[in-house]
Write a protein that binds this ligand. Structure first.
Ligand code: ADP
Ligand code: MG
Length: 415
């Protein structure tokens, strides 16, 4: 029996870890790939079950089934459920109904669970994997007792063994997956910060040098523009000046990021600070026909006021630029889990998944006059404060940027 259990375990581990090993996690259809790999593991596990007493056939298919659901989500879950049921049907025998009665409810429960929980940590995933494997084992056992009238005396003894095996196997599988995910995340993080520091050094040395010739050419072009009578020349010089302005904007934003600015961290009243930022940006937003709505709670954080302003202006400007016709920008500030949360929502064009992945990369911009540096700088500033920026976006519906900054707890209200 042990050899078959180990064989099952091998199928599960190969299935669960190969998408990391082959770098498939970068693929656009990663979630479906998890579903496909898990389906193969499920089929392999079901093909080599272990029999303890005649008529009591078990396998560990629940583990890849849960991997597909927890990491792949709804679509991958549907795929693996369909394949599992079809294969069970193909194998024949009386177990099909028990399988369907056990796995379909588990599928629904896990999905509801995933929907209800907003942010799931790695540890929670492991606990979830183990608990749901046990739950499904219980469900299979109860249904087979009811439906197939299995002799419960033999069954109970084996069931206890089976639960232990299942627990160990699911714990190891989910633990490995989480460890791999952590490692990959860390590697990407290191890679990104290295890229940024190289970028910073380059910026400091080159940007200054480029600025001077650009200023000189701009001067000459302006001279040309004011003197020319020829309409085509005028058009060209206007275009050239626009492009030069763009280059200047990139350089200034770049330098702002590269320059090691002195941090002046102080206690900031978020409500007053945001009201101030809104009053600065409102004329720009309303001139484009958009509405601003804000709802700000009393909150305090430690931050550099100028930098925080820079982040907020960046995000609000992006929100305004994302709206094509008339739209609305909503700004909320509230406390949640010891963090000050500042939400900037717009009813603009939104982003697809690929765009979301590229956010914050230097020079990533979809605008003709964009620099693609605003978000990168914002991410850096907020990260330096020990905070994070989260983005939710739907194409055609809008975007929500949430800035989370650790809250300053000693609220000494001044009388
Ligand atoms: P820039 O604004 O100069 O393009 P950013 O770094 O500020 O550079 O933004 C990068 C890109 O992210 C934008 O070009 C846009 O495609 C996308 N983006 C940022 N904010 C939003 C938003 N609120 N709605 C839709 N797209 C956005
Ligand atoms: Mg921007």
């Amino acid at each position: 029996m042990l050899d078959y259990i180990l064989l099952n375990f091998l199928f599960i581990l190969v299935g669960a870890l190969s998408y990391f090993a082959f770098g498939l996690y970068k693929n656009k259809h990663f979630k479906l790939i998890i579903g496909a790999f898990s389906s193969i593991s499920v089929v392999c596990c079901m093909s080599f079950p272990f029999t303890v007493f005649p008529g009591y056939i078990y396998d560990l298919r629940i583990v890849p089934f849960l991997v597909a659901l927890i990491y792949g989500g709804y679509r991958s879950g549907v795929l693996v459920t369909i394949i599992l049921l079809l294969y069970r049907f193909y194998l024949g025998g009386s177990g099909f109904i028990v399988t369907a009665l056990s796995y379909i409810p588990i599928f629904i429960i896990v999905l509801i669970f995933l929907k209800l929980r907003k942010k799931i940590t790695g540890k929670q995933n492991i606990v979830m994997g183990v608990l749901f494997s046990l739950l499904s084992a219980l469900s299979v056992s109860i249904w087979s007792a009811i439906h197939l009238h299995k002799d419960l005396v033999h069954h109970e003894v084996f069931f206890a063994y089976y639960c232990v095996i299942l627990m160990i196997c699911s714990w190891i599988t989910f633990f490995f997956i989480e460890t791999m995910r952590d490692n990959i995340h860390m590697r990407d993080e290191i890679y990104r910060s290295e890229k940024l520091s190289v970028l910073g050094e380059l910026a400091a040395t080159i940007a200054h040098e480029i600025r001077n010739p650009i200023t000189v050419s701009k001067g000459f072009l302006q001279l040309l523009k004011s003197r020319t009578q020829n309409e085509t020349d005028l058009k060209y010089s206007i275009l050239a000046l626009e492009e030069i302005d763009r280059a200047e904007a990139i350089i200034s934003e770049y330098l702002m990021y590269a320059k090691p600015q002195a941090e002046k961290v102080e206690k900031i009243d978020v409500k007053a600070h945001l009201s101030n930022v809104i009053s600065i940006t409102e004329p720009y937003i309303t001139s484009k026909g958009h509405i601003v709505d804000s709802q700000l709670d009393d909150l305090y954080v430690y931050a550099d006021s100028k930098k925080l302003t820079q982040v907020m202006i960046n995000l609000i400007k992006n929100a305004a630029e994302a709206i094509e016709k008339n739209g609305e920008i909503t700004i909320h500030a509230f406390a949640q889990n010891n963090h000050a949360v500042i939400e900037i929502m717009d009813t603009g064009i939104g982003m697809n998944e690929e765009q979301l992945l590229r956010l914050g990369n230097p020079f990533y911009s979809t605008k003709s006059k964009g620099t693609g540096l605003g978000l990168m700088v914002s991410y850096r500033i907020i990260e330096a404060l020990g905070g994070t920026i989260r983005v939710q976006s739907k194409q055609g519906i809008g975007t929500k940027f949430s800035v989370l900054i650790p809250m300053c707890m000693d609220v000494d209200v001044q009388q």
